[in-house]
Design a binder for this molecule. Structure first.
Ligand SMILES: Cc1ncc(COP(=O)(O)O)c(C=O)c1O
Length: 384
């Protein structure tokens, strides 16, 4: 019920404390199946300080708009592009929807179709439905990357775009983006890479010597990339990123916003009023951590994943779905649903889907948490 009279700050805070005590928190070490993490303290400070900035009205917050542009520029550089065009958005979902919207709008097709891997994130279901774009699913190979030949077979005159994934949600698999890029160039179809998760992992992992295919703008067929700072970028939610190679894609999704206090502008994002503080936090974290800082975060996450995968292999009845590529390890067992239920009952923040449980080595995940998880898993498997 909407209260007639207000409560004191203390009362409100106390009630919130009680109500949120049901939440799992990242510092508990129990959340092993999320792509989010506790944000960096500097980013938290920035959110508080600049909480009022609205990038939906950039004429008012001119400084913040320039900082967003710089953040987009730095993300583009990380993805091997000198100058990129795009925005800091609400997350991977918005990034993917904007890419599909741009591809649809630059095409001249009446019944648009999008080819995407069976492993694609469900945000594309939203994109397809909202934008009236038919989704054409391409099969996966045994290693769970997209079958490029199947993608080619599915190209028609109605194809407005191809999706490749650099870090699938379930397994962290990286599609053969170089082959998809060649295909895209051959058929003159734009390729969007969903690197919502992998974007803040792969550039650093490659530098550390991990063998991962190229996935970014150095491949000429790649026209846009989703990269999320609120995943491995240590920035508070909401902070996604969409980067386009060419300005025409942003122009194709821009609408005039005539009545704003700061003057007339065009908006390309789905959200109108949107948090400037989060864009500033993206900028600040990149400046503060730099390539070397992120590399160390990724080094730990990747090493932990390899260790965890080797421990899982030693448990009878547990099967790795595939060798980890990024910092995601997924495994299957017999009676998976019973095991999932029991793990959840013991307070673990994990979920099973597509026949496996996935563990994401986010920065809040420590070896001690995983050791405890492994102990529980061994015990439950023996019992079930
Ligand atoms: C590959 C991929 N793309 C897109 C998304 C959607 O991101 P968000 O939840 O930030 O909208 C996710 C989220 O897990 C993802 O893994």
């Amino acid at each position: 019920m909407f209260p007639k009279k207000g409560a004191s700050e203390e009362e409100v805070l106390e009630e919130l404390k009680i109500k949120t005590s049901e939440d799992l928190t990242f510092d508990s070490g129990r959340i092993l199946g999320s792509m989010c993490t506790y944000p960096h303290p500097l980013a938290v400070k920035i959110i508080e300080k600049y909480i009022d900035r609205n990038l939906g009205d950039p004429g008012l917050h001119v400084g913040s708009r320039k900082i967003e542009e710089e953040a987009v520029g730095m993300l583009a550089n990380l993805l091997s592009l000198n100058r990129g065009y795009g925005h800091i958005v609400s997350g991977g979902t918005e990034g993917n929807i904007l890419a599909v919207r741009a591809f649809r709008n630059v095409s001249n097709v009446e019944r648009p179709e999008l080819i995407l891997p069976e492993s694609a994130h469900f945000s594309f279901l939203k994109a397809g439905e909202m934008l009236g774009v038919k989704l054409v699913w391409a099969k996966l190979k045994e290693d769970y990357t997209v079958n490029v030949r199947d993608v080619e077979n599915k190209i028609t005159d109605n194809t407005i775009g191809i999706i490749g994934i650099a870090g699938t949600t379930g397994l962290g698999a990286v599609d053969d983006i170089p082959a998809l890029s060649d295909l895209a160039l051959e058929y003159d179809i734009p390729l969007h890479v969903d690197a919502a998760f992998g974007g803040f992992v792969i550039p650093f992992a490659k530098e550390l010597g991990y063998n991962i295919p190229d996935f970014d703008f150095r491949l000429k067929g790649v026209k846009s990339i989703t990269i999320d700072p609120h995943k491995m970028g240590m920035v508070p939610i909401p902070a996604g990123g969409i980067i386009f190679r060419e300005k025409r894609f942003v122009d194709a999704i821009s609408v005039p916003a005539p009545y704003l206090a700061g003057g007339r502008v065009c908006q390309a994002t789905i959200t109108g009023t949107r948090p400037g503080a989060n864009a500033l936090a993206v900028w600040a974290m990149i400046k503060h951590l730099g390539f070397e800082g992120y590399k160390e975060i990724v080094r730990n996450a990747m090493e932990l994943s390899r260790w965890f995968a080797s421990e899982l292999k030693r448990i009878p009845g547990v099967k790795l779905v595939r060798e980890p590529v990024l910092n995601i390890v997924s495994f299957s067992t017999e009676n998976l649903e019973d095991i999932e239920e029991e793990l959840k009952a013991r307070g673990w923040g994990i979920s099973a889907h597509r026949g496996y449980i996935r563990i994401v080595m986010m920065p809040h995940v420590r070896r001690a948490h995983l050791e405890e998880f492994l102990m529980d898993l061994r015990e439950i498997i023996r019992k079930v």
